[in-house]
Each structure stands twice: as structure tokens, then as C-alpha cells.
Design a protein around this ligand. Structure first.
Ligand code: 4AD
Ligand code: MG
Length: 432
């Protein structure tokens, strides 16, 4: 049998001068009489095919003129190198169509964001969206690598939960037979249970928040990685976060040069990631913010605008520690020197991006935790299993959670979080 293994576009350079076969889509094309140029994409990369009447039978060349944007093809041809650039192209000797595409709705002209989001199932094919998802993948893989190398065991937290994991204001309710349950806001409480078996654990999965806000930072469904460690303190916790983020950003800088270029991302700031992160208290952040025009007070959380103002002043991620305890979650331990403050930190990305990680030391004392649950308006009976963890070998422990899309948005330099996830869910969008 005359069998020829098909190759991928990214490997064209290894086949210079050879005749190869490959499968691809024509993402753009132009023709001038007896010659056509097909811009090809196969998922691994991009290239150009030259379809010339001189190299094909009259019949085949006539068929080639039926090609349209997004037509899927199988191609056989010789690999040549661009005379000046590091680019390869194929002189087509034969081809067949899988399907001749109907008129593609996303043509070259500018489209509004609503049109593009309505056509997200097609928009994902564009070079820019391809680059973003490739970078997202590098971040996910780098995260798994880091967690494995640092002895974290992956514990898959449930999605359907009987009680609030973070707060009661943005829960999605789901009918569960005759009861109601909630979609998980965070896996944290469940992975806390697992530290007693495994020491260091993490989860990585979809989380849900019924965010009514329409901002460039919020999704209603997003992917969170929660990490939790036994026998730890906040300083160790922050060190792990810093190393993890550094390893993810470094992986992207190393593996996604083409993608970062496509996105026109200025990588200078990303390269600062090897330097120590900034660390300021919430009180200091408030002072800096007030100097820069914000009316935030010492007992308030940073609003979206505050995060924008503050983080534009920095060229590397910033830890903000010691938030007012009242505006943070019920499970956070209090600071030993000031009980009105939580032993916590948020990590904010620079350049106006804002919060990407939230973390804290957890309250490990049974009585104190029970008191907090009541103070926060929650029912201790809903958290009996969580309180149990403070009865049987309780230990100082803590952890953090990052929002994958927030990290992708910052690393890619996107204007809005909706492009960081394949299919965004927001208050106004659930389709496609
Ligand atoms: O700060 P959050 O609410 O912290 C927690 O859920 C903790 N239980 C995590 C932990 O300690 N294990 O959420 C964590 C991160 C935020 O820093 C942010 O990056 C992201 O999740 N996030 C969102 N991302 C997109 N859309 C939203 N609506 C988000 N809400 C939070
Ligand atoms: Mg937070």
C-alpha cells in the first residue's frame, strides 16, 4: 500500500524539499487567475499553500477554485522555505476537500463584540483566540507540574454542595430531588478535610458565582485551583503562591513566544516575575489609594476601580495582607496582633488587572470557628462536618485559590475576561 503519514504544520521545517501530506482548514485565500494562495491552519500552526495551474491537471485546478474560507482540505505537496523569512510553504501537487465551507460569517472585517460572542463557537478559530487558548493550556499544565513537584495530591472537590463555601450572596441554587443544593463557589472546605490524610492537596475545577456585576473581571462560571497545606503559616503560604505564579508565567514566556507575539503582549512586565513580589498591608494600600484619588476607608474592601488604580502603580504582582476581617470569609483566622484584621492576603496582578489569588490562614480552633460561623449569619449545623475537622487532630493550616481566567487575562494582556475562557458565562450570556 502506498501509505504516507500525514504531518503537522508545526513540523514542516523538518521536511524541507520533501513531498508531504497534511490535513488543514483554509482560513484565508486569494487568487489571481492561474495561481491561488491558501492560508492554512491545522491547530499546530499556520502556513501557506500555493495552488498553481502549472502543477495540477486542468480538472483539479478547476476544482481548487471552489475553495472558500474555512474549507477543510487534505493536501499533498512539496515543502519550500520562504526566501527571506523563517516561514515554510507548500507547492500543492494534489488535494481533496473534506467539505467546502458555506460562506463564513466571521470574515476579515471588524465585528462588534456581541456578534463575536454570539459566534464564539466559530470565533475560537481565529489566530488571536487560538493563541489565548494555547497560553491557557500552558498555564494549566505548568500548574499541574508545579503541584506535583511540590508534593501536592489532587483531591477532586464536589460541584454540588449543601452549603456556601465562601459567602451566601452569590450562590447558584440547584433543585436536587426534593431539596435544594448549591453549585460550588470553591472547593476549599472539602480539600481542607483532605490535608489530614495527605498534608498538601489541591483541586482544579469549575466554580460558580451568581455575580450580578457586569465587569471585565467577573464570570459566573470560572475555573479555580484551590491549594491547602497542613502545618503552615501565612508566610509559607505566600511563598508557595509566589513560586507557583512564577513557574506558570515562566512556562508561558518559554513555550508561547509565537502566541504572545500574535497577541502583541508586551512581555517586559512578565519578565519581572523572577523578582520578589511586592507586599503591602491593606492599611498601606488604603493610604496609597487615597493619595491617588480614591475615597476608600480603612475598613473597606478594595473595589474594582481601586484595584485598577493601585495595580497600575506596580510592575510585578502585589500581595495585600491584613484585610479587615469583617469583609472576608468566616473561616479566616484573625491576625494575632490585631483581631479586627484577617491573617490573609490577596495577590493582585499589576498593570491594572487586580486580584488573581485569594488566600489565608484558616481558623483551626473549634470554639472560635463555631462563634465566627454564627457571627457571619451561618448555621453551625450546616458546617458540622467542617467543624469536625477542628475536633480530631486540628493543626495550623492555610491555603489559597486562584482564578484561572484572571491569570490568563493578565498574562495575555486582555481587555476583558470573556476571551480567556472557551465559552464565557456571564449574567447576560449563556449561549453558545
Ligand atoms: O477570593 P476568592 O473568593 O477565594 C476563595 O474562593 C477561597 N476559598 C480560595 C481559597 O483560599 N482556597 O476566589 C479565589 C479567586 C479570586 O482571587 C479570583 O482570581 C477568582 O477566584 N474569582 C473569579 N474569577 C472570575 N470570575 C469571578 N466571578 C471570580 N470570583 C473569584
Ligand atoms: Mg477574593
Amino acid at each position: 500500500m502506498n501509505f504516507m503519514a500525514k504531518i503537522k504544520i508545526k513540523n514542516l521545517k523538518d521536511h524541507l524539499g520533501e513531498v508531504v501530506e497534511l490535513d488543514a482548514w483554509i482560513y484565508n485565500l486569494r487568487s489571481s487567475g492561474k495561481i491561488s494562495f491558501w492560508q492554512l491552519r491545522d491547530g499546530s500552526g499556520f502556513t501557506q499553500a500555493i495552488v498553481s495551474a502549472d502543477d495540477l491537471s486542468e480538472e483539479k485546478f478547476a476544482l481548487s477554485t471552489k475553495a472558500t474560507m474555512e474549507t477543510s482540505v487534505s493536501i499533498k505537496g512539496k515543502v519550500n522555505k520562504h526566501p527571506k523569512k523563517e516561514e515554510y510553504e507548500i507547492s500543492v501537487e494534489d488535494f481533496s476537500f473534506y467539505q467546502i465551507s458555506e460562506e463564513y460569517p466571521i470574515a476579515k472585517k471588524e465585528h462588534g463584540i456581541d456578534f463575536l460572542m454570539d459566534n464564539r463557537h466559530l470565533w475560537l478559530r481565529s489566530k488571536r483566540q487560538w493563541a489565548i487558548q494555547k497560553i491557557r493550556n500552558t498555564i494549566i499544565n505548568a500548574c499541574y507540574d508545579f503541584m506535583r513537584d511540590n508534593d501536592f495530591t489532587k483531591i477532586d472537590a464536589p460541584i454540588l454542595t449543601p452549603n456556601a463555601g465562601e459567602n451566601t450572596t452569590d450562590l447558584f441554587e440547584v433543585k436536587y430531588f426534593d431539596n435544594k443544593v448549591y453549585l460550588s463557589q470553591t472547593g476549599q472546605l472539602y480539600i481542607e478535610a483532605a490535608i489530614f490524610a495527605h498534608g498538601r492537596v489541591f483541586d482544579f475545577g469549575p466554580t460558580f458565582r451568581a455575580e450580578k456585576s457586569k465587569t471585565r473581571r467577573h464570570l459566573t462560571e470560572f475555573w479555580m485551583m484551590d491549594a491547602e497545606m497542613a502545618f503552615t503559616n501565612l508566610a509559607d503560604n505566600l511563598e508557595i503562591q509566589e513560586k507557583l505564579l512564577r513557574s506558570m508565567v515562566s512556562a508561558v514566556l518559554e513555550k508561547n513566544k509565537t502566541e504572545l507575539e500574535l497577541l502583541e503582549r508586551d512581555t517586559k512586565i512578565l519578565e519581572n516575575i523572577t523578582k520578589p513580589f511586592y507586599k503591602i498591608t491593606h492599611k498601606e494600600a488604603v493610604r496609597i489609594l487615597r493619595e491617588n484619588g480614591s475615597d476608600i476607608t480603612e475598613n473597606e474592601d478594595l473595589g474594582g476601580d481601586d484595584e485598577t488604580i493601585l495595580t497600575k502603580l506596580y510592575d510585578n504582582p502585589i500581595f495585600i495582607t491584613n484585610y479587615p476581617a469583617a469583609i472576608k470569609a468566616f473561616y479566616m483566622k484573625r491576625n494575632s496582633e490585631d483581631s479586627t484584621r484577617a491573617e490573609c492576603a490577596d495577590l493582585l496582578a499589576p498593570e491594572g488587572y487586580g486580584e488573581i489569588i485569594g488566600g489565608s490562614q484558616r481558623e483551626e480552633n473549634y470554639d472560635t470557628l463555631k462563634k465566627r460561623i454564627i457571627e457571619f449569619g451561618l448555621k453551625p449545623e450546616d458546617y458540622d462536618w467542617y467543624l469536625d475537622l477542628r475536633k480530631y487532630g486540628s493543626v495550623p493550616h492555610g491555603g489559597f485559590g486562584f482564578g484561572l481566567e484572571r491569570i490568563v487575562t493578565w498574562i495575555c494582556g486582555l481587555q476583558h475576561i470573556r476571551e480567556s475562557i472557551p465559552f464565557a458565562r456571564t449574567i447576560y450570556r449563556i449561549k453558545p
